[in-house]
Each structure stands twice: as C-alpha cells, then as structure tokens.
Ligand binder design. Structure first.
Ligand SMILES: Cc1ncc(COP(=O)(O)O)c(C=O)c1O
Length: 456
C-alpha cells in the first residue's frame, strides 16, 4: 500500500499503526487516532503533519542540542555523501572519522585521547564493558569481570547495557539473558557532601565481591533515572579514589551529559574527575546522524595491543561512519562558533529560577532537581501537608493523565515513572530566555491541571 498523498495524515497514521513498531510505547497508545506524526523542526519547535507546533522540551530525546532545522549540518552530510558515502574503520581510516576523533580527544578531560566510534549509546556502553574486560584480561587479571552500577540508572537496551541498567521494569523480563556480574548499589539520591553514602556503597560492594573480581564502576555524572540526580560535591573524586585503590576502571556514561548539556564538553570536567573511559552519543551530532562512542586512555589501549590479544576484539560495520562523523565535526564547530557552552552556563540559573518559581506556585511539586539544561520536577500530592501520591493517584498520572496534559500544552517533555512520578526537561541548548519562558508557561499549565486533579 502506498500513500497517495503524503500529506494525508489519516492514511499516514494508519500505515504507522500497521507497519511501524514503536520503541517503549504501549500498544494501546500507539493504536490511537491521535498518534502524532512529527514531520518538521525549527530551532526549539517541531511540527506535526497537521501543522500543530510543539515546544521540544526534551531535545528529541536529550540529543538535538543545537536545535532543529540546521542547514549547515545538512550541507555537511550531503557534501560527505557526495565524496565518500561509506567506508569501514576496520584496518582503514577516513578523513571525517579522523577529524571527529581528534576534536573529541582535544575536548575530553585529562589524558583521555583514544576515540572508538559506534552508532548509539547502548553500543557505546557495550564497548566500555567489553573494553574493561579486555584490559583486565590483557593484564592477566582474568577474574575481573564484574561491574558495579547504580539503582535506577539507565545505560541502554542491548544485553550488556541492559544488565548494568538499574530500572527493574526494563531488566526483569530479560533476567535469564543478562550476565551475572552486575551489582547495583544505591545512587546519590539523599546524599549530602558530608555523607557520601552512595560512594561508600561502591567501596563496600567492591570489598564484598573481592576487588580482584571487579572490572569497572559505571555511572552517569548526573543520573537521569530517578530524576536529575546531581551528585554532591566530592562524590566523583571519591569514586576516583576508590577505583584507583582497588585497580577498578571508572567509567562515566555521558550519553546524555556530554556535549554541552551541563555547560561543558564533558560533564566529568564539571565534577572534577578524569575517568578511565567516557561514553558519548546523542549530542555529539545533535542527533542529526546516529553516532556514539567511547574515549579511553592511551595506556589502556596499549595494554591490550601489547598483550596476546593484540587487538580490541570488538567492532561494528558503521563504527566511524564518514557521514555521521562529518556531521559530528559540523556540530562541534557550530557549538564553538555559537558559544553554546557559555550560553548554557549563562542561562542555567535563570532556567532553575523559573522552575523554582513553578514549585513555589504549585503545591504538587515535591522537588526540582538538576543543573545546566537538564531538570526533573518530582510530584507529590500535597507538599505543604507532606503527603506523597497515593497508589491510585500515581497510576492515574503515570497511566496517561500526565501524558495527555503535556500533549495538550503542546510541550514535549517526559512524564517519567522511574522511581518517582516526575516530568523531565532537557531542551535544546540553543533555547534562549523566550523559549525558557515558553517552557515555564506550558509546564505551569500542566502543573495546574495536576494540582486540580490531586486536590479534587
Ligand atoms: C546514560 C545513557 N546511556 C546509554 C543510553 C543508550 O543510548 P541509546 O538509546 O542511543 O542506545 C542512554 C539513552 O538514553 C542513556 O541515557
């Protein structure tokens, strides 16, 4: 069946329902007359096939950092496709992959200098897990295979990434397929700079398991699952100290955090740490091309190359894809030319103040957490009375009400249920004061309806 008129949104929706399998979407929600078909974007706004405008308050999925509709990225992709559409990075290099790797290495914290490209965040996580294992095997420490991760963390959907993910509803159906070496410890929720209980939990777990069995610790600089968990001062340096003490590799999963979300090329820099490896994806191309990767220290790579293994036995056809890496180069140039890191740092306090203002005005807001251009608004029934959401309220809000109100307000933010009921905001980094005001007004509308429901 073909679509006679591509603008006929009724038949388009019908075809989507019949043939396009959505990701992480309930069948009932997909099989709906109201199924949205987004066809165009400009700056911080996207438009559906009915011409309705939405404010993209999530930057697609934490990734269209430089905004929608960039002609310079389109031109960079087209130019590269005309010259060389593809050649693999197996035994050969290509100019855009070289340039992108060099630019990333230049911007990476400390002495992290070796860039391994893949096509997504999940693959980036697979890559660090296998790299950590390879490194220890190369050093003759082949008992080291365990990885310590944190509760409610999200590290992707492929089996390795899913194993380290700490969101029960994503993992549980697949438990028999997940490797047995992952241990989850508490995240930084509830920690203070005086009491770094979550860092202590990492050390206790290493000791309980036996340091000689632990390969790596993986954590996001700011954890998304459980909602905008900004670590207290000293947390990352403490993780660094613990990992050094026991010969464990420290991995910062910066799939969301890198490329400006917190006003730095890499958030590790903001938290004062040089990890052994960093993962990235999403914002490296502002999502105009699928690209991810990991960055490692030279000495780790050399350890593997100089061992009997001789090579890092891992790869993918599209790793270092010339078109994707050409777009990464264009994106990093635009970020520098447009001074986007400074823009985020200049505006983060204003963004925060707007959200704190919403909290003051809405008794259903329990807490606003976050930093930079990334925030979670956690909900409760009655803040002044200290009443949490009841099970019924939680399931009604998470079961569709919040989603409907967000959509009615024409703002794309995420109603999140990972460990609490929340709204997650992560707009394109190009959002200026007007866009931040617009976000605030639309969220105000959502919170007014939420408050009305909870009071009624
Ligand atoms: C921290 C983190 N790691 C890994 C992933 C997986 O990335 P992808 O969806 O590109 O596979 C995500 C995705 O949101 C993420 O947030």
């Amino acid at each position: 069946m073909t679509i006679d008129n591509p603008l006929d949104s009724v038949s388009e929706r019908d075809l989507a329902r019949r043939h396009l399998l959505p990701h992480f979407t309930k069948g009932q929600a997909w099989d709906h007359d109201n199924l949205g078909v987004i066809e165009r974007g400009e700056g911080c706004y996207v438009y559906d096939t009915d011409g309705v405008e939405y404010l993209d308050g999530l930057a697609g999925l934490f990734c269209t950092n430089m905004g929608h509709g960039r002609q310079d990225f389109a031109a960079a992709a087209a130019k590269q496709m005309e010259k060389l559409g593809f050649y693999p990075t197996w035994g050969w290099a290509n100019p855009p992959a070289i340039e992108a790797a060099s630019m990333i290495a230049e911007r990476a914290p400390g002495d992290l200098s070796e860039v391994f490209f893949v096509s997504s965040g999940s693959e980036a996580v697979e890559s660090v897990l296998k790299f950590a294992r390879s490194y220890h095997v190369a050093r003759g420490e082949s008992d080291r295979y365990k990885v310590i991760s944190r509760e409610w963390s999200y590290h992707g959907t492929t089996l390795g990434g899913l194993a380290v993910t700490g969101v029960p509803k994503f993992r549980n159906p697949f438990l028999p397929m997940l490797w047995d070496g992952v241990r989850h410890v508490r995240n930084t929720y509830g920690d203070t700079s005086d009491v770094l209980a979550s860092a202590a939990a990492v050390e206790e777990m290493i000791l309980a398991e036996g340091p000689e069995t632990v390969a790596a610790v993986i954590a996001e600089p700011v954890q998304n699952g459980r909602g905008g968990l900004v670590p207290p001062d000293g947390y990352w340096p403490e993780l660094r100290r613990i990992c050094d003490k026991y010969g464990v590799l420290l991995v910062a999963d910066e799939v969301i955090c890198a490329f400006g979300r917190f006003g730095h090329w890499f958030a590790s820099e903001r938290f004062g740490v040089v990890p052994d490896m960093i993962t990235f994806a999403k914002g490296v191309t502002s999502a105009y091309q699928p690209l991810g990767g990991m960055i490692a220290r030279r000495s780790l790579v050399e350890t593997i190359w100089e061992s009997d293994m001789a090579a890092y036995m891992h790869g993918a056809t599209f790793g270092g894809h010339p078109v994707a890496t050409a777009v990464a180069v264009a994106n990093m140039r635009a970020m520098a030319d447009e001074n986007i890191l400074k823009h985020v740092l200049d505006n983060e306090d204003g963004f925060r103040a707007r959200l704190d203002g919403l909290m003051d005005n809405h008794n259903c807001v329990k807490e606003v957490r976050g930093l930079g251009y990334f925030y979670a608004i956690e909900l409760m029934a009655d803040r002044e009375g200290g009443v949490e959401l009841s099970d019924e309220q939680r399931s009604a809000l998470q079961g569709g009400l919040l989603g409907q109100w967000v959509r009615d307000a024409r703002i794309l933010v995420r109603p999140d249920d990972r460990g609490a009921t929340m709204l997650t905001l992560s707009p394109p980094l190009v959002a200026d004061a007007d866009v931040l005001d617009d976000i605030t007004e639309r969220i105000d509308e959502v919170l007014t309806r939420t408050g009305g429901f909870l009071a009624g």
